[in-house]
Design a protein around this ligand. Sequence first.
Ligand code: NAP
Length: 328
Amino acid sequence: MFLKAVRAARRAEGTPRPDDFSIITAPLPDPGPGEVVVANEYLSVDPYMREFMALGGWELGYGLEGRAIGRVIASTVADLPEGAFVAHRHGWSTHARLTPAELRVITEYEGVPASAHLGLLGGTGLTAWVGLTRVARVRPGDDVFVSTAAGAVGGAAGQFARLLGARRVVGSTGSPAKVGHVVGTLGFAAAFDYHDGLAEGLARVAPDGVDVYFDNVGGAHLEAAIDVLREFGRVAWCGAIAQYATLADPPPAPRNLYDVVGKSLRLEGFLVRRNLDARPELEDFAVPRIRSGDLVVDETVVDGFDRLPEAFLGLLRGENTGKMLVRL
Ligand code: NAP
């Protein structure tokens, strides 16, 4: 038996290209003492991988860490038998050889698709949950603005905010079709295509301002949001996808940053990996709502391991709605 894995073949400059990656084949290892071998079923592609390509963490000739879920197919660990369903971070490969410390056993919930453990119940959903409940501390009646509203974290944040009692949830996204998706499928009150102008879009969807901004984009989006935040507003700064391709040459800070003082705003960045203890709260909240259909499991699934780089590049180009996944 063989495994396949993606390797970094070229140092990406600007927008990554297909030939930045290569796919290698190698014999499938047996598990050593205290190890399991997992056959991956779904792999996640994520914007932070672009940061790794720019800043290091993904060296030439090596594979990339990436979130994956799969089943144990060989084991020398008594309590991790064949068939155990696990999540780990050794993705971008068809298989992974892991110790128990490198994986998390997944609780499978009836009525919840397996893939949701990389999306709404995985790091994606946890990011949205932590940003809203621990950082922005969304309260019933808040008006909330979410950027990358049709994306994985953004779509989760918008849906969660509505279900947490926000008064109005509005979003920005990258195309008219995505605007329709965000409003029609994910239940946002309104959305706009940011290519048509941020100030104009926000004035249209949130003419009276907002209390919370969930920022996935940074740069001009953050500046526009500061303009429309009400006094004592809160920003959960989650990501800056507009900047990842040019991290060495970042844009100037939002020109209105000093309004943080004038409006008594709170702007707080966070990393989901510092908040992994929130997972049980997320599962208590999300599992019944996925089962009831109140939460939409929104995914774009690309089939076939060899299409992993293509899925990643598509994500950066905005070809996804919801969580971008590769199914093996
Ligand atoms: P995603 O939103 O599903 O996919 C990325 C989306 O970004 C694309 O679909 C594209 O949609 C949009 N985009 C690309 N370039 C853009 C630009 N220049 N301006 C505005 N939008 C752009 O990805 P995700 O996994 O959910 O991640 C969303 C954000 O959360 C990222 O910034 C990521 O780094 C961050 N994040 C942070 C944490 C944390 O711990 N803090 C954890 C996970 C993710 P459009 O069609 O709308 O352009």
